[in-house]
Design a protein around this ligand. Sequence first.
Ligand SMILES: C[S@@+](CC[C@H](N)C(=O)[O-])C[C@H]1O[C@@H](n2cnc3c(N)ncnc32)[C@H](O)[C@@H]1O
Length: 217
Amino acid sequence: MKRFLTEHTEFFRQVRDTFHTTGAVAPSSSFVARALTRPMERHNGPKRILEVGPGTGSITRRIVTLLRPEDRLDTVELNDKFVDVLRHRLQHEPDFVRVADRVGVHHMAIQDFKADAPYDYIISGLPINNFTADLVREMFGVMFNLLAPEGVLTYFEYIYMRKVKKILSTGARRDRLTKLDALMEELCAKHRFHRDSVLINVPPAWANHLRHVKTPA
Ligand SMILES: C[S@@+](CC[C@H](N)C(=O)[O-])C[C@H]1O[C@@H](n2cnc3c(N)ncnc32)[C@H](O)[C@@H]1O
């Protein structure tokens, strides 16, 4: 209960103070976390994982339970308050402490992140609907460059949220969402091989699984 309160209190504070980059009303549910991590569950051999925009760690909590001794997890988070929460969890919460020597917390924008080896799995919690199409194209370009040839890039978004926002908006905001929607459709047509719908989340969400080249699941 204490953990739940700490996680949610900081999340809501950041929704109030930094909505543009936080872009959600609550941390993701454990059902979203399971959908996002499904591709890595059956992995054979050592795996490298990158989580982009971990926030207070609602998805990270699931990833750490799947980490084996030879695996590596890096997280890239823009917001210093969320970085503090993650570092605190790595020092104090048993599931996190157990793997802390294999987890990196990088306080920066994903656009600036460099790695010395590619990742087998990248999970993005970036609030894409708050950004311009150009910025999202850049972010996905960076993530695809970090992804191993057979790797999987998974991101979540709220079901039909962009389409509804587009219908309800006017002017420059509508133009931005129209361009963004076209970009995401293009990306999914080219790369998406599977999509999970998760209804138990506020709001309900899709987990989209992408590969460099679209091949069946
Ligand atoms: C919608 S929240 C997701 C939080 C968490 N993954 C979850 O599902 O509950 C978006 C997260 O992306 C982070 N973020 C936004 N822009 C970023 C960027 N350019 N690079 C890295 N993280 C970013 C925010 O600070 C926030 O933690």
